[in-house]
Design a protein around this ligand. Structure first.
Ligand code: PLP
Length: 459
């Protein structure tokens, strides 16, 4: 009987292979050597339990896979063919060209991040973007933090720690990723006072719950769910009226979640209050995300009354939530597009929302033609894209889908995910479908190639 270990290369021989040398150049000698040693140990253990000894090429291929899993950067680009525009799992908003450039510039060069150029001394990072935000929203002052969860936490902690916060039972939502309004309230040291019922909350419910310990009235956007049927809610205006009538007025805080500056109705979506409307309605503080419908970088934006924003800026927790310079740069560039009135052309989220049905149908048809020419059987199907990111739940934008029929749709999805770059698609009526709305034009050739490759691998 021949020795089954005879063909297992030595560690040095494996590391000397040209295809392994390229791994060493990319990932470093020591990490690759450690991976190779562990792999050879694994293979010997497999042979002991009866596995056939692999040849040297198979061993090198396994080393490549292993190094990729353990040593290559895990955050990589993917193609989003799901049609969900603000896809939380796929990185939410894509940035405009101007925002990308601004991030690069801020990263490459020193800046006046915390430097007052006219006085020649220390300044504040919180002045950047503030004038743009107040102009766009009508608020007196603004502050940016890392994300909207931080914004809500900071506001509640500063304004309501040790006090009571009144909120409707219909707004005690979980946004996702474990962000639950009741938990945020208890984290910030405020006592939750829930009023009304799941479907109906009246102004009188808030009024009856007021005590001398009430710190603020909180209104939270229901975000990713909707209550329909027999419903009632107190409007923001009504809450503001109530809070102002008190002998000692208290603030009304509105967590808008997505926080749009544009009316989405012209694109066939339902009415969503804009940030500027909430400020005009009298909200003392409005919080929203930078990377949902605003279409900018991950950030939390707080706009509202000057004295409240000033208190927030002084609060020690703000330091823990402070934004990075590249984020500030991207946000400024994003806001500049709103000021110019070119947001729907420049900002990818709004470009995708406003893409015309004809354009989408044309793109899907061009995909279908290209694939059909190459012998791939596809169909076109009407479908719906979603805005996502907890905004406008249940609402869809009409689109044209490229549909591929396969006996194992889940396997086709998995093969697409295994490609480089991975393609994320979805299943509708047992077919794997691809929505042009969220696929960037420059990704089209790669996408079509991925579909072809995945199908041929599964044959
Ligand atoms: C998304 C959302 C949040 C959390 O915002 P992040 O920017 O993800 O931290 C908070 N409140 C509401 C209503 C939301 O929709």
């Amino acid at each position: 009987m021949t020795n089954p270990y005879r063909h297992i290369p030595s560690l040095d021989a494996l590391l000397a292979r040209p295809d392994v040398l390229s791994l060493i150049t990319q990932f470093g000698r020591e990490p690759v050597r450690d991976e190779a040693r562990d792999l050879l140990n694994d293979i010997r253990a497999e042979i002991r339990t009866g596995a056939a000894p692999p040849d040297a090429d198979a061993i090198a291929a396994r080393l490549h896979d292993r190094v990729r899993v353990h040593l290559a950067p895990s955050l990589i680009p993917v193609i989003n063919a799901t049609g969900v525009i603000v896809h939380t799992n796929l990185g939410r908003a894509l940035l405009s060209e101007a925002a990308q450039q601004a991030m690069m510039t801020a990263a490459r060069s020193y800046s006046n991040l915390e430097y007052d150029l006219s006085a020649g001394k220390r300044g504040s990072r919180y002045v950047h973007a503030e004038a743009m935000l107040t102009r766009l929203t009508g608020a007196e002052a603004a502050l940016m933090v890392n994300n909207n969860a931080a914004a809500v936490t900071l506001v509640l902690r500063t304004l309501a720690a040790g006090k009571e916060v009144i909120i409707s039972r219909s707004e005690l939502v979980e946004i996702g990723g474990g962000f639950r309004i009741p938990d945020i309230l208890s984290q910030s040291g405020a006592a939750l006072v829930e009023v009304g019922t799941t479907n109906r909350t009246l102004l009188a419910d808030y009024e009856n719950a007021l005590t001398e310990r009430t710190g603020l009235l909180l209104k939270v956007h229901q975000s990713n769910y909707r209550i329909i049927g027999f419903t009632a809610e107190a409007s923001l205006q009504e809450l503001v009226g109530l809070a102002r009538r008190l002998p000692a007025p208290i603030p009304v805080v509105n967590d808008l979640g997505s926080g749009t500056l544009l009316d989405a109705r012209p694109y066939g979506l339902a009415y969503e209050p804009t940030v500027q409307e909430c400020i005009a309605a009298g909200a003392d503080v409005v919080t929203f995300s930078g990377d949902k419908l605003l279409g900018g970088p991950q950030a939390g934006v707080i706009v509202g009354r000057k004295e409240i924003i000033a208190r927030l800026k002084r609060q020690p927790l703000t330091r823990a939530f402070r934004v990075d310079k590249t984020t500030l740069a991207a946000l400024q560039a994003t806001l500049a597009a709103y000021l110019r009135g070119t947001a729907t052309e420049e900002i990818p989220v709004w470009r995708m929302i406003s893409a015309s049905q004809e354009t989408l149908a044309q793109r899907a048809r061009a995909w279908a033609d290209a694939l059909t020419k190459q012998g791939v059987r596809v169909e076109l199907q009407p479908g719906g894209s979603a805005v996502g990111g907890g905004s406008l739940p249940g609402q869809t934008l009409p689109t044209t889908l490229l549909a591929v029929r396969h006996s194992h749709p889940q396997r086709l999805l998995a093969a697409l995910r295994a490609d480089s770059p991975p393609v994320i698609a979805r299943v509708q009526d047992d077919q794997v479908v691809f929505d042009p709305r969220t696929v960037l034009p420059e990704q089209e050739p790669v996408l079509l190639n991925a579909i072809r490759t995945a199908l041929s691998l599964l044959q």
